[in-house]
Design a protein around this ligand. Structure first.
Ligand code: G16
Length: 549
């Protein structure tokens, strides 16, 4: 029976030694924190990926990125065989492995091998990629060291967006062993062109407007989006890349998180014009938000909620046209604007479910629907389709029992679903899907933004000594600990018309997040400030005290 090859593991573990007392836990999307002092975590996650690969008899992905976090942070996301996030039952194993001392490392690994009944003689394969952070190159080397210490075959893809690595892992495990970055571009470019040319008569229709300007957060999305656009062709899509990393810092005053949370455009040089389409990616290009200026030059944000509404209604219309009866649903989180939930569920009569923050949670709920559209308000999301549902749509496209118009709608829906990266939220593929829908509907960004009007909303962050003192329930909409906090929040919320507010500890940053919405922006800002103050006072706030508005 094969055993762990302890000597090379321990030698490399010395090189990637754990700083004394350093503790981390697997958060909303893997480990995240200040890059310095995290080297051992990456080394150990390389080893964990090998164990998972041996267990699943499949390739596992390891992405080195801290996504929307500041440039000095870094993080690691593990990708399971079908391109989904690491299964939750392994998050605890990851946390334990990251936190043991070097002396306990072998014992901990043996514990995982025994508890999961892993056959160490099985082959292992690990795919690795990284974002553009200055620390990412060295930290991806730590992952490689960990994976090779356990004898895995490793493929290092260098710079990729997170969704590109998800796509490559899923395709490879699905049997396409020629998959690579180039195949990603070919796949999405061809799918987009097929949707436009064959289904939307693009060449005979007027394009929806000018170019789309994309702020790539000075991250890895910039060079990758340029490549995707080249594969599609400038005569078909005109993408202007902004914040391409040549000068500014990653995610600093730009990117999807900045735009969503600050509700304003990136600081540097966009020179926005009314009704032009603008979009922002985050640091690893798995989030997308759109925005524009209205005719009075007010900033108008079209966030993940609006993308979800656009996708869901478009899919519903095509299902109706094709006379296909399947269960379509939208999955949101507590951050979803109340108006979006009302529009999708009441006005459009589409089922809506609420999940905990983190795409891993939304993805799971979405797959319970035949077609599940899931988006976090921050722009992270995609569409999932059950295999038998996809087959039903495909066969409707050629069925002799269907009318020509119904077949065309089914064909268009098949083509649309091909543009979407079903493994995970993907800013590039979501951008193509949005552009295609607007094209098909002949809609401007203003038409899209008018489908419903958001309730004014505000997000804030509060620093506390230990954010784990806050515990939540009901998809994070209610606080259970500290016990005095929820009644205090309820009391304040009741003072504001259409008021809603919740707080939750972040799983990617060392802060407590506060969300508030109500009838006016002024009231919303007051509500957010008052709830922030409650968190500060009742959950051990540190540093600057939030001041009432
Ligand atoms: C990650 C997760 C998202 C989550 C976000 C913020 O995004 O993938 O699902 O919404 O973190 O999480 P939290 O509020 O717990 O900090 P990303 O784009 O940073 O990977």
């Amino acid at each position: 029976m094969a055993t762990l090859n302890e000597i090379p593991i321990l030698k490399l573990a010395e090189v990637h030694a754990k700083p004394k007392g350093h503790q981390m836990s697997y958060g909303t999307a893997g480990f995240r924190g200040n890059a310095s002092g995290m080297d051992h975590v990456f080394f150990r996650m390389g080893m964990l990926a090998v164990l998972r690969s041996k267990l699943m008899k499949a390739t596992i992905g390891v992405m080195v990125t801290a996504s929307h976090n500041p440039e000095h942070d870094n993080g690691v996301k593990l990708i399971d065989p079908h391109g989904e996030m690491l299964t939750q039952s392994w998050e605890e194993l990851a946390t334990s492995l990251a936190n043991v001392t070097n002396d306990e490392l072998i014992k901990e690994m043996k514990k995982i091998v025994d508890s999961q009944n892993i056959q160490l003689s099985n082959e292992a394969s690990v795919f690795i990629a990284r974002d553009t952070r200055p620390s990412s190159l060295a930290l991806s080397q730590a992952v490689l060291d960990g994976a090779t210490a356990l004898g895995a075959t490793c493929t290092n893809y260098g710079l990729l967006t997170t969704p590109q690595l998800h796509h490559i892992v899923a395709c490879y495990n699905g049997g396409n062993h020629n998959v690579n970055e180039e195949q990603y571009y070919q796949h999405y470019a061809n799918a987009f062109k097929a949707l436009l040319n064959e289904n939307l008569s693009y060449l005979t229709k007027k394009p929806v407007g000018s170019s789309v300007t994309v702020d790539c957060a000075n991250g890895v999305g910039a060079p990758k989006l340029v490549k995707l656009a080249e594969h599609i062709g400038v005569n078909i899509i005109d993408i202007v890349v902004h914040n391409n990393g040549q000068s500014g810092k990653l995610n600093e005053n730009c990117g999807a998180d900045y735009v969503k949370v600050q509700q304003r455009a990136p600081v540097e040089g966009l020179n926005m014009e009314p009704d032009h389409r603008y979009a922002s990616f985050d640091g690893d290009a798995d989030r997308l938000v759109y925005y524009t200026l209205d005719s009075d030059c007010n900033f108008v944000l079209l966030d993940g909620d609006k993308i979800a509404a656009l996708f869901a209604v478009y899919i519903k219309e095509l299902l109706n046209k094709a006379d296909i009866n399947v269960r379509l649903g939208v999955v949101q989180t507590a951050y979803a604007n109340g108006s979006s939930t009302n529009y999708i569920s009441t006005e459009e009569n589409i089922e809506v479910a609420c999940a905990q923050t983190g795409v891993k949670h939304l993805h799971k709920v979405a797959t319970a629907f035949d077609i599940g559209v899931y988006f976090e308000a921050n722009g992270h999301g995609t569409v999932t389709v059950k295999d038998d549902c996809l087959n039903k749509i495909r066969s409707a496209a050629t069925s002799e029992e269907k009318l020509q118009e119904q077949k065309l709608a089914a064909n268009k829906l098949t083509a649309f679903l091909d543009v979407v990266n079903q493994t995970v939220g993907d800013a590039m593929s979501d951008l193509l899907a949005v552009e295609a829908i607007l094209q098909d509907k002949g809609w401007s960004i203003r038409d899209w933004s008018c489908i419903y009007t958001e309730l004014p909303n505000r997000q804030a962050k509060v620093k506390v000594a230990d954010r784990t003192v806050i515990e939540t329930t009901d998809a994070e909409r209610k606080v259970t600990k500290p016990p005095a906090l929820q009644p205090a929040i309820d009391k304040v919320v009741a003072e504001y018309p259409c008021g809603r507010s919740f707080v939750r500890p972040s799983g990617t940053e060392d802060v407590v997040r506060v969300y508030a919405e109500s009838d006016t922006q002024e009231n919303t800002d007051k509500l957010a400030k008052r709830v922030s103050l409650l968190v500060y006072e009742l959950a051990g706030g540190v540093g600057e005290k939030p001041q009432p508005a």
